[in-house]
Design a protein around this ligand. Sequence first.
Ligand SMILES: Nc1ncnc2c1ncn2[C@@H]1O[C@H](COP(=O)(O)OP(=O)(O)O)[C@@H](O)[C@H]1O
Ligand SMILES: [Mg+2]
Length: 283
Amino acid sequence: MNGNGNQSYSWEKGRGNGEESKNDFRENPHELSNIKKVIAVMSGKGGVGKSAVTSMLAVTMKRLGYNVAILDADVTGPSIPKAFGIKEKATGSEFGIFPQKSKTGIRIMSINLLLENDTDPVIWRGPLLGNTVKQFWTDVIWGDVDFMFIDMPPGTGDVALTVFQSLPIDGIIIVTSPQQLVSMIVSKAVKMAEMMNIPVLGLVENMSYFKCPDNDKEYKVFGESHIDEIAEKHGLKVLANIPIDPKISAACDAGMIELFDGNWFDSFAEGLASQICELEEKQ
Ligand SMILES: Nc1ncnc2c1ncn2[C@@H]1O[C@H](COP(=O)(O)OP(=O)(O)O)[C@@H](O)[C@H]1O
Ligand SMILES: [Mg+2]
């Protein structure tokens, strides 16, 4: 956790910094993958817009000109291919599995790209779910990726644990919505990140308010936000407050999230971009 509430992002506790003892479960990526930064997007519960936020973050980084990938780790509720309008299945060769590419070139891997029928439910127990996500890391030929975003399953359960243990996550973003429950849920997620020694890059409050197009007034549909207090309590930053915007859900439904219109993530994205520059200078 960066723990200081200022404007810089801290990756110190991430990969390659003498945390070997914690890396015992780490899996190696495919030999044809070269992935620079891995960011997990998690939420304490489902339906807060984690997948929408993951998608918009990926699109924002892609618009800045980076190579971007999304690993859909929400195996029982995969929604990334739909948001990007990807209908073709993933293909494989003797060397590994190729991710699909979105219209703007974001590489995507999801269980729905492997199932014959994307309405088939995945009725598997934890270990199998976890192994599938691990394989998305080890067996998928991702190529050169600057930023990989992982759409985590909701909560702090079995699969989340497997992902945090097996993949070299550089930072976690926690998505919430403005409800009373949030404080407790965020605390759980923050504690899990601390236990796994992964920095929390900040909080995103989704569905913060609704701006009425008729009078420009902002309505707090889910009640007053407590995100600033929660962030302060944990020494975290609020990265973005995203309004309820029917255009977001319409874009997700139509497979056109790449056309979303909003500058919510711009300053955070620039922060991430500068991290990559620093990384490149060091190399
Ligand atoms: N800010 C928003 N404004 C309007 N609709 C949203 C917003 N964020 C998410 N949605 C919609 O709400 C639903 C749930 O979001 P989703 O990203 O699938 O949640 P999660 O991944 O957390 O379960 C989806 O239909 C999505 O398009
Ligand atoms: Mg989702």
